[in-house]
Design a protein around this ligand. Structure first.
Ligand code: TGC
Ligand code: FAD
Length: 404
């Protein structure tokens, strides 16, 4: 005899392995459209080529224009040719791009959330009008120079100086590990101004176009992570800039940190794209790989691994969506972003490593995406604030004590 409980069970769709909690239903039609458009771009333009680009240690410059044509560069900014989407839509785009490769999400993060955001939030009208439309279109590439060889987690100690000389500034120093540096048309460089009587002044941002005398770049080679991304050193040797090259509207470390909030937010979503790609690859492999006369998906330990991956992806997505909705309401604190960056990157990296074990030896080649994603996430764990830095940001939010 049918009970009402049986009828209810029959009426409710069984959860899909790729969207177990039905999070898709929490998105708006516009958000789903943007998500699907980026997913199709990644399927058609990134996935067929990415293993080769990763192996060749290259980010194809022509992709900048394609990303611009799709409206993904500075997509959450308003005006100047930017798409002006919600934070959630931007996050979904980051997730889909990173399901292709972290290098593509990194390109979009650095272009839109670091270089363009710095100009958009802190630049003069002239700086914005000169650079933002070209950057949104993908006709000009930007980079963001904060880190130095000796100052990574502690950028406040930077030794790149901007000395006033008449109506100019003269920059000396170097920046390390700068995404897009070698292919950038313009660098946003953060430097300490030399104050009165040789004392240290405030940290300020400078707009440095490629071709400026005294400015050069050198690519960092032999990376085993983020190989489909250009990472460079920026070298400033008596690099003379007019006074109006300085970003006029922000002073101090909060300038670059305000940009990091934007890029870190994209990573909260993006890392889950890499995790999803590895989970789906492992699930598919487990169903077809036979050992001891049975698919390895039938072994309890394999199932436990897959279930744990699925749990963390769904939990991570709920965190990302919640932080995104807060951001769209103007209620996201930077510590909320640290919560998402710490949790979602840490869990995504664990998922990629676990997926690699399910693929056995096959998991170590570029035939499958898992070791590429796993290696990429080693960088993602470190850049935009290491997992330790975000732990201490959260620790300070809980206790009021600064443990840096
Ligand atoms: P602290 O004294 O705490 O703060 C200095 C000033 O900054 C303000 N502030 C923030 N403002 C906006 N957003 C935030 N998240 C902020 N955090 C702090 C703060 O209020 C203060 O303002 P004011 O006006 O009172 O002076 O600074 P601290 O020197 O103690 O450092 C704090 C710490 C460790 C959290 C910070 O230095 C940090 O986040 N370090 C990590 C560095 C980092 O993340 N670097 C990333 C470089 S870019 C990159 O990696 C790109 S990767 C490519 C890609 O994205 O794909
Ligand atoms: P360090 O700061 O030397 O840290 C080393 C270790 O010490 C870490 O585990 C760290 O967490 C730990 N540690 C440091 N301080 C503390 C503390 N107080 N308490 C506990 N542990 C601590 N930077 C840019 O400016 N622009 C870019 O575009 C950019 N792109 C990047 C691309 C890639 C591929 C990579 C790998 C890095 C990029 N970076 C960029 C630099 C990145 O932001 C730094 O690597 C990061 O901030 C960490 O700095 P570090 O590597 O010098 O490590």
């Amino acid at each position: 005899m049918n009970t009402s409980a049986d009828a209810h069970r029959a009426a409710v769709a069984a959860p899909a392995p790729t969207d177990f909690l039905g999070i898709d239903a929490l998105l708006t039609d516009d958000e789903r459209l943007i998500r699907d458009t980026v997913r199709a771009f990644v399927r058609d333009r990134v996935l067929p080529n990415i293993a080769g680009w990763f192996e060749d240690h290259t980010f194809p410059r022509a992709m900048a224009k394609e990303l611009g044509d799709l409206g993904l560069l500075g997509m959450h900014l308003h005006g100047y040719g930017c798409a002006g989407t919600s934070a959630v839509a931007y996050g979904l785009a980051c997730l889909e791009l990173e399901a292709g490769d972290s290098g593509f999400r990194s390109f979009v993060s650095v272009q839109g959330s670091l270089a363009m955001y710095a100009l958009w939030a802190h630049g003069s009208d002239e700086q914005k009008a000169t650079w933002l439309p070209r950057m949104a279109a993908g006709d000009a590439i930007g980079c963001f120079g904060l880190t130095e060889w000796d100052f990574g987690s502690d950028p406040g100690g930077m030794r790149t100086y901007a000395r006033r000389d008449g109506s100019d500034y003269v920059l000396n120093g170097s920046k390390a590990w700068i995404t897009n540096g070698g292919i950038a048309d313009v660098a946003i460089v953060w430097a300490r101004t030399a104050g009165e009587n040789g004392t240290d002044g405030a940290i300020r941002g400078f707009v440095v176009p490629r071709g400026t005398t005294g400015f050069s770049t050198r690519n960092i080679e032999k990376k085993l992570s983020l190989r489909a991304s250009v990472t460079s050193e920026l070298i400033l040797e008596d690099c003379r800039l007019p006074a109006d090259a300085m970003l006029p509207n922000v002073s101090g470390l909060r300038g670059p940190l305000s940009c990091l909030n934007e890029a870190r937010y994209g990573i909260v979503w993006g890392a889950l794209g890499a995790a999803r790609a590895c989970y789906e690859s492992a699930l598919e492999y487990a169903k077809t790989r036979v050992q001891f006369g049975k698919p390895i998906a039938s072994f309890q330990i394999t199932q436990e691994k897959l279930v744990n991956m699925m749990l963390e992806i769904n939990k991570g997505l709920l965190v990302a969506l919640h932080v995104g909705r807060l951001k769209d309401q103007g209620k996201a604190h930077s510590a909320h972003v640290s919560f998402g960056k710490l949790n979602n990157v840490r869990e995504s990296l664990a998922i990629c490593r676990e997926a690699r074990t399910i693929l056995g030896a096959s998991g170590i080649t570029l035939e499958y995406p898992v070791i590429r994603h796993m290696n990429n996430l080693e960088s993602v764990l470190t850049y935009e604030g290491t997992s330790e830095v975000h732990t201490l940001i959260l620790g300070q939010a809980l206790t009021g004590e600064n443990a840096f």
